[in-house]
Design a protein around this ligand. Sequence first.
Ligand code: PLP
Length: 439
Amino acid sequence: MSALAYLGGKKISKYDPGTIFDWPIVNKAMEQSIVNVLRERKMSNWDITLEFEKEFARWHGVRYALGHNTGTASLHSAMFGVGLGCGDELICPSITYWASCLQALSLRATVKFVDIDPDTLCIDPSLLEKQISPRTKAVMVVHYAGMPADMDRIMEICRRKKVAVIEDCSHAHGALYKGKIVGSFGDAAGFSIMTGKSFSCGEGGMLITNEREIYERAVAFGFYERHGSDLTIDYLKSGMGLPWGGYKYRMNQFTSALGLVQMKKYPGEMKEVDDAMNYFCDLLEGIPGLKPHRPKKGSGTTKGGWYCSLIHYIPEQLGGLSVTTFCEAVRAEGGACSPGCNRPLHMHPLFHNIDVYREGKPTRIAHIAEDIREKPEDCPVAAKIGTRVFSVGRFNSIKKNIIKDQANTFRKVAENYKDLLAHDKGNPPELGGWNLSFR
Ligand SMILES: *Cc1c(COP(=O)(O)O)cnc(C)c1O
């Protein structure tokens, strides 16, 4: 009989992981901050939000921050902010959460998908330049799964081609690329700060930028009550008082109050997460079939994100064993993991044949002359990446016995992979999900 628990053996894990994957870490100051807002009935004001914006902008070394009620909203405002409009194209990697790009359709713009780099899992700069067309207004760079994209190459291409850059930092709050914080490279950046994200404040989002006009356009779009104080540009002032987008994007002050507390404790907490995750990755190094997705040593890049942390899975080193069966066997040993990641957006029907706004054409191509809809094989890495990664939990503290115990479950399955080959069910046609809760 096999030693593997999946096949009837004894499971290797000895410890219950307990609360080590819980997030965010809730303390008394957070509780008190909510009670204060509630007692003062300040949920819909924006005085606390202004303070939070100031701190958030300072953290990123930028001039402006604008608090939103979701990360989705902050990215929508960023798109409007850089001037994305009718017939324009937003370039986006195919592997990301939909809120990196879908809002472009409501601006009468469209989305062009570019494949990811199999190593960084972020947009592949070597493919980006060829995809920039005269319609391209902006590129959405997603620092996917906590790992910064290759900003040197991306910024060089986009500046030369005069295309705006928006960063989606929802997976990578505080991550550094060559020592510089993500969100401070492009023309604008959006962050989700919803519950599961690394910098977690409940529902909310933040837009940051150094450009006054981008900031003011975002204010014009969904912050009608701030028009009087914040709009100075003539063409925007002419439309004061009503939100240009028809959206109300103001942050709830429960979120702003939590944000101010999080600003103080996040650096310390993320140092602990960083140490714990690096320790876990160190333990996985050298296990056949696995390659931790982490900053390359010596590149000067440190990963502060650690949201939806992924491990590269190389089935060729394990006799072709599917990631699905591998993960089931790890879970049987007591390990926490889940096969796949976000599904490739370039293959979803919403980007192919759905006429959202009843224009008599698929919305994706309603305002452009050319049919830019991709075939699955146009982004071959994205189409297959779900079979070559799995997600793992975020260790919130460096409890070495538990982390070692978890790492042992992966090692044991990889070392006994041959026992699984005859039982391999293979992967389902679609792995991962359009929306993921990682655990
Ligand atoms: C979570 C997320 C968003 C959207 O944020 P919400 O706060 O959920 O609206 C956008 N982009 C990425 C990559 C995300 O993971």
